[in-house]
Design a protein around this ligand. Sequence first.
Ligand SMILES: Cc1ncc(COP(=O)(O)O)c(C=O)c1O
Length: 393
Amino acid sequence: MRFRYLPPVHSPLSWGALAAGLRAAVSPRYAERAREEVEGWLKATYQPDAWVWTDSGTSALTLALRLASEEGRHPVALPAYGCYDLATACDGAQVRVHLYDLDPATLGPDWGSLEEALKAGARVVVVAYLYGVPIDLDRVEALAAQYGATVVEDAAQGVGASWRGRPLGAHGALSILSFGRGKGVTAGGGGVLMGRGSRWAGALPSLERGGRDLVGLVKSAAQFVLARPSLYAIPSTLPFLRLGETIYRPPHQAVAPAEASFGLLSRSVRTVAPEARARRRNAARIRQALGPGAEPGECTHASALPGYLRFPLLLSAGREADSAARRLGIMPGYPTTLQRLSGFGERRVEPGRSMPGADVLAARLVTIPTHGLLSEADLAAIERWARSRGMGD
Ligand SMILES: Cc1ncc(COP(=O)(O)O)c(C=O)c1O
């Protein structure tokens, strides 16, 4: 127990998944079968009209923005707080950006701010689900339709979550998923861009087949072995791994995923539903322990089923690094807003607009782990932490 150190997220892997990854890397026939299996899952779950597999979620989003903006002709409305890969994708697609503010209580758009972005000329609306919290998509779609804008759905963090009974990632004209290491379902890396309707389905580019990527497979094996509470103290103390840090990565050319990814994914997609159920169960415990005074980021709409990749919570008294919290996998959110992200400002059309909701999130948001590796003792320790922060009873 003394050496227990909780990873903030968990993307289930197994020896079986790693073996399937290796077979796909060395056998083109096996890779083809694994790909067909994964495509069966994709079609049944997300019902796209067409799709293209990519080396990352960022590449999928870059392609989506290039298409939806008509090669940069139309500006893009982008949330002012989120993963820095949103900025990377805008840079890669060379689009102009109107940031819109978020409501810290829902982690969804500040509606007035989103409408201002549309009034100012944005004709693409990117919605990104932070930590698997759904967004009121009826309202997004109504607003986008009023201005003739295309909705691009970034469901990289949306695994296991749904809106009106359909999974996040099944709603946009263009939608993307990520299979990166921290996304709850992993292929060691990779992503997919899906298009709906003849306009988008016919416009998706095709990418060359990927390579073998045995190095990626070794990294996935290391993740499988080390990203568990009994051993996670080891990687978390190695500074060169930069675990838990948010880094801006410059754009690169989108390519296809490695063949090994399809082998891994053919197994990891089977874990999506049970792992999401475990996250929701744990999130309910955490929610209860926090008590009525706590400020979680949540969508309370009756049609929203959250995926709780992590449990987002606003702290009232700052969110300074605290080693006890880190051992429990409790981590600050993204350290800065996209508005203040150095270098990204050049793509913004109106640098001066204030984004108070995004500023609150950058200053006060922490995330609590919810994954299926949490034990009763871990949940009790998280409850004690909540009480020590003046929440709960
Ligand atoms: C909201 C969001 N979009 C896109 C991405 C990019 O995904 P990837 O890491 O596969 O490039 C991420 C990754 O963290 C993300 O959180």
